[in-house]
Design a protein around this ligand. Sequence first.
Ligand code: SPV
Ligand code: MN
Length: 613
Amino acid sequence: MADVHAALGGAGLRNVHVREYVRHWAELTGAARIEVINASDDARLIGEALADGEILPAGEGRYYSRSYVKDTARSEERTVVATSNPADKGVYNNWRPAGEMRPLLEERMRGASAGKTMYVVPYVMAAAGSPLERYAAGVELTDCRTVALHMIRMARVGVHYIDNLADQNSFVRAVHVTGDLEKLGQGTPGDQRCFVTIADERTILHFGSSYGGNALLGKIAHGLRQAAYDGWASGEFLAEQFMLIGIADKLTGKRYHVCGGFPSASGKTNLAMMLAPDALAGRYRVDFYGDDIAWLRADPDDGKIYAINPEFGVFGVAKDTSEVTNPAALASVAPGTGTLFTNVAYNDRTQEVWWEGRTPAPPADVAGWRDWTGTLISERPAEDADAPWAHPNSRFTTALANVPNVAPDFDDPRGVPIDAIIFGGRTRDREPLIRAITDLAEGVYDGLTLGAEATFAAEGVEGLLRYDPMSMRPFMSYPEGAYAAHWLKVIGSAASQPIFAHVNWFRRDPGDGHYLWPGYRDNLRPLLWLLRLKEGEVRGRQTPVGIIPAKDELDLDGVAATPEELETILSIDTPRWKQEIKHREQHLEQFAGLPEEIWQAHRRVAAALHRAD
Ligand code: SPV
Ligand code: MN
């Protein structure tokens, strides 16, 4: 049995509430040792993890690990939001009573860390001094050293963050117990994994994984689910799965900030790290703030909406990250950055890493290369010859400060004023490149009807979206009707409101299916148009679903698209929109208590489409 008080006292951790919390869970999980973690412990922990073979060297100052083969991603069906109030049940939050989930998790976790070290990771999800700092503090307890190493990169970690709290008891209690991964029945009816946020007790209990958001509890469990609930309960802020960028106009000296949500596999990280296209780089600079989470609040001093990225690092998907798609991401994982790679392919002779899309073809000389499961490529059975070398959800974990175009003020606790909020999907035939929305309720309505196309017929009806409201479907923690009302309230309370827009980089040619827009760096162009529209410098063209750019309003210097291609991406397919609007009605009807303003917005858009034929 660990000597909790000796370990905490030795680390200078005085907060009595934290001490009691650690004592409780150390006893319950049966951890053999307690170790308190500060960011300055990184080099020592890396050394220990290398010595134990838990991580492998991947070139200078970079590391590699493999997860258990059945533990490679977030599990939505095993994730629950619990409270003591049944009225908190929504459509997507998998609500369960707190009184049922806490005993269940205690049972799973009892004795499950026997013989292991419990790492105590005090962290904050905000820069010190943020107006939202009282929602930012947490203490993760984890029995996995690699998780502690990830937390050091993804959050601000240190004892001083937790000992100096204004309210000593106001921290998120975040307990992570890995469990015996080989015996958890992942994906079977007897699946033992359970990932619970008890939102009204500000307690996160995750059992049965050491991967990503299942285990790094500052990120989506605290940064999204808990924070969204706190933001709603306090009435103060929104916590969204949004990227956040700055656009600086070097000619005028103006700086703009844009945030927004995209369902997975819609290029959110690439957009967040985008550089200006060569033809525009003399005038514009894109600054990176964050790729996954933004907290938004109205500032009473100047009446603007401010956003922060509560994270300290990037947990990015490796697949398809290349010099073409995302050179900034590659630079952020260069030698010397302390990057941790997970589940990519690894060469144990050269210590190189590789993933699909890193280069057009895999390394020609397969000597030493192992796939993400650890199997030598040269020894893979014939039937696996075409299997990917890296897992599709393989990741790189690196600090924000390693991103070459990180904003100079990324650490400013006040955050940055938001000019535009964008939503984007991956839509082959209906959505134009960009459509701007100037009305708040219509903007929120657009976010609530965000979706991704079903990827193959088996997943859904052709043309029917898998709706992913605000890209928050897996992170919703309270009912959708209240969520929409909270959006209207927070953004509506700002005297100067951001403009909304829906973007789509993925429109295809109806004939041969090729992409009509080059994407990547060129995505800056529609965003510049949006900011000009907001400034009243262009007028666009009104359509039933928003304002789209007139052809001569987009700066296309250096873009190879043909006039026909531009014609298509700057047009609305009215018959397809009429189909879509019916699906939206059914989607929204699921949500009890949806504000009347949202229904009115829906009816306005439907009526405008009706008149359009
Ligand atoms: C996501 O899946 O949206 C992530 C990664 O950001 S994880 O933290 O694992 O959820
Ligand atoms: Mn995410």
